[in-house]
Design a protein around this ligand. Structure first.
Ligand SMILES: NC(=O)c1ccc[n+]([C@@H]2O[C@H](COP(=O)([O-])OP(=O)(O)OC[C@H]3O[C@@H](n4cnc5c(N)ncnc54)[C@H](OP(=O)(O)O)[C@@H]3O)[C@@H](O)[C@H]2O)c1
Length: 236
């Protein structure tokens, strides 16, 4: 089902078959490995494919994706690039951390996950209790985590990308300035305007239930909303 979602997103966005290694090319080309090629991974990764970036989508069933895009295992997606999009249900975090935590250390991890108590079990409960940016960073010590692409639905990312007139703002949060720079560029390349809300502790402000969640509008409007938060750059 998730493979189907990714295939559909990629077909709509114009995916293409390639080999398994990122090819050096244009100066701004940014290889990205996508962990979880479902609704959000397929959509955002597809927008990067459209922008000309080499993208490798991971699936535990990569054959379902192979006709439409570079596809491989989770390990291959991580090895493919220094930048990884994490787009799995939050309940997968303990397994990802156990199996791939070491491989993800030092990588820029763009974390598009959201946590739901019913769906995501103990890992979701931790994220809801301690903050999702903080919890992901705890699961993946050494990874340079930036929260992004989680504040609205995958379908909205597909339809609002490269919006006519002013681009739609995408709130992001992280503690690593260089990782934030990389993520900001990838947000622009996906057809949006990045707005840094603050450090990783601020990420709950644009997760489900937060005041910035699903606030679709311009960067100026997003900044005004952030300025009205009780503690804009910090904790909930
Ligand atoms: N859908 C949205 O509109 C949306 C919007 C914002 C944020 N999010 C968040 O993004 C995340 C993904 O949501 P989604 O809707 O894209 O889900 P989805 O369509 O069900 O796709 C989930 C993907 O995660 C992979 N996956 C699941 N467990 C895994 C594991 N243990 N190890 C490796 N890969 C695993 C699946 O890969 P296989 O092919 O191997 O099964 C699948 O490709 C969630 O945290 C969600 O809350 C979703």
């Amino acid at each position: 089902m998730a493979g189907f979602a990714a295939a559909a997103a990629l077909a709509a966005l114009g995916g293409r078959a390639q080999g398994l290694r990122a090819q050096p090319g244009a100066a701004r080309m940014q290889p990205v490995g996508v962990i979880g090629a479902g609704h959000i991974g397929g959509t955002i990764g597809g927008l990067w494919v459209q922008a000309g970036h080499p993208v490798l989508f991971s699936s535990r069933h990569p054959d379902e994706l192979r006709p439409l895009a570079q596809a491989g295992s989770v390990a291959q997606a991580i090895a493919f690039a220094d930048v990884v999009l994490l787009a799995v249900p939050y309940k997968a975090l303990p397994e990802i951390a156990r199996d791939y935590g070491r491989a993800l250390s030092g990588k820029v991890v763009i974390d598009a996950t959201n946590a739901f108590r019913e769906r995501d079990g103990d890992a979701g409960a931790l994220a809801l209790r301690d903050g999702i940016g903080i919890t992901t960073a705890r699961f993946l010590p050494g990874a340079r985590v930036v929260r992004a692409f989680n504040f609205m639905a995958a379908a909205a990312f597909a339809s609002e990308s490269h919006h006519a007139g002013e681009p739609v703002a995408v709130p992001i949060a992280g503690d690593d300035p260089q990782a934030l720079r990389v993520a900001k560029q990838l947000v622009r390349d996906a057809g949006f305007e990045p707005v840094v809300v603050g450090g990783r502790a601020s990420a709950d402000s644009f997760a489900p239930g937060g005041p910035l969640f699903h606030q679709i509008g311009s960067a100026q409007a997003m900044r005004e909303r952030i300025a009205r938060l009780p503690n804009p750059a910090g904790a909930r």
